[in-house]
Design a protein around this ligand. Structure first.
Ligand code: SF4
Length: 127
């Protein structure tokens, strides 16, 4: 038994902020609400990531996200809390400049992805 894990492979054109927001939507939806760090934190992360993705984010939102995920990790009854926190931590740790680009270039980030040279039309994600 080697344990378990998961990974997702994206090409360099994919939007890390959008995908992180999508993860967080899933975990917020799945949270049973029994413990407050998971119940509240997943919803807060979803809202902050939505702001960033849709061009209303502030620089402080990135640190706020980091703070929220750190308060969820290790403070919940079941592993769903950790599973919700880790993708956010990993995204900020490895792709912070992409989060910052969303704040600095809100209009451009609506038109194309960070790693993408050509213009791209987003497909709307329905809630
Ligand atoms: S960490 Fe687990 S027990 Fe706690 S609210 Fe989330 S899903 Fe429920």
């Amino acid at each position: 038994m080697l344990g378990s894990g998961g990974f997702i492979v994206y090409d360099e054109d994919q939007c890390i902020v959008r995908n992180t927001w999508n993860f967080t939507r899933f975990y917020h939806h799945e949270s049973c609400g029994q413990c407050s760090p998971c119940r509240e934190g997943t919803g807060w992360m979803e809202k902050v990531l939505h702001r960033l993705e849709y061009g209303h984010g502030k620089q402080e939102d990135i640190d706020l996200l980091w703070d929220i995920q750190a308060k969820i990790e290790g403070n919940t009854i079941c592993p769903l809390g950790d599973a919700a926190a880790w993708p956010v931590a990993s995204a900020i740790r490895h792709f912070r400049e992409e989060f910052e680009w969303h704040v600095k270039e809100p209009k451009l980030s609506q038109q194309r992805n960070y790693g993408r040279v050509s213009e791209k039309t987003f497909e709307p994600v329905t809630a």
